[in-house]
Design a protein around this ligand. Sequence first.
Ligand code: SF4
Length: 457
Amino acid sequence: MISDAPAVPPASAAARNACKLCAPLGACVVFSGIEGCVPFLHGSQGCATYIRRYLISHFREPVDIASSSFSEEDTVFGGARNLKAGLRNVALQYRPTAIGVATTCLAETIGEDVPRILADYRKETTEAGTAALIRVSTPSYAGTHTEGFHATVRAVVQQFTRPAASHRRLNLLPGFVSPEDLRHLKEILGAAGAEHTLLPDYSSTLDGRTWSEYQRLQPGGTTLACVAQMSGSPATFEFGRTLADRPDTAAAWLESEHGVPRVALGLPVGLRETDRFLAELERITGQPMPAAIDEERGRLIDSLVDGHKYVFGKRAVIFGDPDMVIGLASLLNELGVQPVLCATGSKNASFGAGLRAVLTDVDTSGLVILEGADHAAIGEHARLLKPDFLLGGSKGYPLARELGVPLVRAGFPIHDRVGGQRVLHLGYRGAQQLFDRIINTLLEVRQDGSEVGYSYL
Ligand code: SF4
């Protein structure tokens, strides 16, 4: 039986060391994955500074985020003047293809009418080029970075998709995954011969190469021309078990407005979720997957046979974005690792159901599921549950240190290691890499704790 009831007193009314980030951060990640797009936050400058700092520390790339930079006066009388001046400056200095405008808490609280301000700007401004204006409402008191991310994907699709003739290009909405994950998805789709529109695609904009001259806009990203054609696609793949039943996602909108079939899948983390993704890909394309991918699957199964004895029965705490936690739980289920606590900062009613759907083989009696959790609550539960390791972002490090157990870093954010943007979670290859890291981490603990210090485990 899965227990949703906390084993400790309810958490405090205020978030203590949040296990979430703010909604405009998710919007900025999506805007970074649109070709030639500059993220622009309507509200206080501190919001943009904090988000830039957070993204740069994880992705290790320059991240420019413009701001309308409210003063006290704008807070009282509205920030239309600042927003228009800021848009003009960005348009003239960056010459972007698009500017993505997301609202902060302050702009939402005073009820800024952003669509009207943008329409006025369009009428009043001639010298600032023809950058497309994307707008999304992202009050952080109504959702986390995860909700901001999905709301922005939906906004891009709703605002830029046009009726189009049928074509063969698949739509793929991967959710908030790493640039390495995006590259791997493109590799899989390429190997399957599937033309596609990946939205968003920040695989090079948030993990790019070096340049001999500073590039104001990193090359890469989904083009709005491709977004316009998404209505003619044979299907929209949308990853995330917590999205599957929701009528307000981008894939749901494409299905209801343009009749594009929605293929709702879990994030393909681990063997089974990847099997499901590839089976659907074969069904839609009518093409079998290439032998190289099958070989990768075979190697993964072989390594599970070789290595499961080292991890079977271990107890894990997983935390992070809801669909990443479900994906990681699915992988641990396949390894015989027992998740004892699964937590997310999102208030997501589908989180528990998603976990129940993937945790089919391990003992889940006593499993604690927390949604809307902060790291203080995670710590209170984890101290009682005595896990062998933690699996999640770097904000779990203080707890890991306190408990004397290792933290296997996955998801977002990873601020205390390099390579967070290159962690591969998806596909058979991602499962292989996570499996190796988890096992080797636990072997290291065993080796370091041994009086003998075996070098042959
Ligand atoms: S005020 Fe709102 S939008 Fe700004 S940083 Fe804080 S939570 Fe994020």
